[in-house]
Design a protein around this ligand. Structure first.
Ligand SMILES: [Zn+2]
Length: 432
């Protein structure tokens, strides 16, 4: 499996100049290669192969001075990138290649370049971690999380964001064992994602939605200012950067929250069940917030799935049909309008928060999906029995939510502490 690890670079002014210079040489090579593609097609009536164009690079270096100043593998990835774009285009067009459709890249649209296989490494220089890029520089990097020891670094892409910041994304390869059948009920969790609360799980942890109204207000203010500036002027350019920073700030805060929440679930549990959002009950959200919310859920779930895979945790997306209506204790369905926030079963008397009840249903469906029987038991002491051949069975007891319905953990807590609970579960398990 391939994974991406993204870090912020902290280049000096001299580094920035070098990064921009290399970026621009790559851009020129991209445009030149595009021109060569067209020229070759006119001459031969067909497109050259990627190898043909890559093999022209040494000759090109003879008359193109700047080219030799860029690491050779970087130049090769520029040619590969053009072919990737071409493939993407032909997949869209179906009726053959459409080289003519590929556009020449102006400086603003060519933001990144890639070191593949060699020419880059992480290093320590003067007590600081640096990304050492061949023929370029040793650029300080903020490694806010470590890359696992067993990971193989395959490539690194350095990219300039519209704000002017530079980031490095490592493509790494890791061989992970497929997750084992979940055995410990305490390490299995079902999560219900929603509008009023961001998430509610079977451990009674409820997390509130992230409040970004201040950031949105600021963005609107800066956008209004931009609309009053004269297009193309120096002030316009300055203000455009302000707006780009607001966008980046919003994106950063949202991603940060989703990263921390998904990290928490992937690390603390062996088994995570969620609803399959392709068929998620979208009707529950008011139309104006529907798109934003569903986009955020999708991001959350894709991060969660990816991290679960990385941590060796089972990830299951279940059919969401009727998860709020069904009773987690006895299975009887009862109609429940959106404004009814509690689940109270007329058949068995089980009472819980609406979302907690849904989370329990999600968990039991998830366990069924992986072939683990879900047996109801009044004793939470019972552990499951699994001999590897017979169906494993977990004893799970729906419990009433530990938190009052109206006071979920704030999203702010997740951002500050990196976890919605006061104590990480692993830490509490050790102390027991
Ligand atoms: Zn019931």
């Amino acid at each position: 499996m391939y994974y991406a690890y993204k870090y912020r670079l902290k280049p000096s002014d001299a580094h920035r100049e070098e990064l921009d210079r290399h970026r621009d040489i790559c851009r020129q090579l991209y445009n030149h290669t595009l021109y060569r593609l067209n020229e070759y097609q006119d001459e031969h009536g067909e497109l050259p192969s990627m190898t043909t164009l890559r093999s022209e690079l040494p000759d090109l270096k003879k008359w193109w001075d700047g080219l030799s100043e860029v690491y050779s593998k970087v130049l090769q990835t520029v040619v590969e990138r053009l072919f990737d774009n071409l493939k993407g285009l032909s997949a869209l067009k179906k009726n053959g290649y459409g080289v003519g459709q590929l556009k020449w890249k102006p400086p603003r649209e060519f933001c990144s370049f890639t070191y593949s296989q060699s020419g880059f490494k992480l290093d320590k220089k003067g007590g600081q971690t640096v990304l050492s890029l061949s023929k370029l520089a040793d650029i300080p990097i903020r490694l806010h999380r470590t890359i696992p020891d067993d990971a193989t670094l395959k490539q690194v892409t350095v990219k300039k964001e519209p704000t002017g910041e530079w980031f490095a994304t490592f493509g790494v390869q890791m061989d992970r064992e497929p997750p084992e059948t979940p055995e410990n009920p305490e390490r299995c969790v079902g999560i219900d994602v929603g509008i009023l609360k961001y998430a509610h799980d079977t451990d009674g942890t409820a997390v509130g939605s992230l409040d970004l109204s201040d950031e949105r207000d600021r963005l609107e203010r800066e956008q209004r200012k931009l609309s009053r500036k004269q297009h193309g002027s120096n002030n316009y350019e300055k203000q455009r950067r302000q707006v780009a920073e607001c966008h980046a700030d919003l994106r950063r805060k949202r991603r940060d929250f989703l990263h921390k929440l998904s990290n928490y679930y992937a690390r603390e549990y062996d088994f995570v069940a969620v609803e399959d959002l392709n068929v998620k009950r979208m009707m529950e959200s008011p139309s104006n917030s529907r798109n934003t919310a569903s986009a955020a859920w999708r991001t959350f779930l894709s991060l969660l799935e990816y991290k679960c895979e990385r941590e060796g945790t089972h990830f299951v997306a279940v059919n969401p049909k009727g998860t709020t209506k069904e009773c987690a204790s006895c299975g009887v369905s009862t109609e429940k309008p959106l404004w009814v926030r509690e689940h109270s079963c007329p058949a068995c008397g089980f009472e819980a928060d609406r979302d907690a009840n849904a989370a329990w249903n999600i968990l039991s469906r998830g366990l069924e999906d992986v072939g683990v029987g879900y047996s109801e038991s009044t004793s939470s002491e019972t552990r499951c029995v699994s001999d590897g051949r017979t169906r494993a069975s977990l004893s799970l007891t729906p419990v009433e939510t530990a938190l009052p319905v109206d006071t979920p953990v704030s999203a702010k807590r997740v951002v500050e502490a990196g976890s919605p609970t006061l104590k990480e579960r692993t830490a509490s398990a050790v102390s027991e």
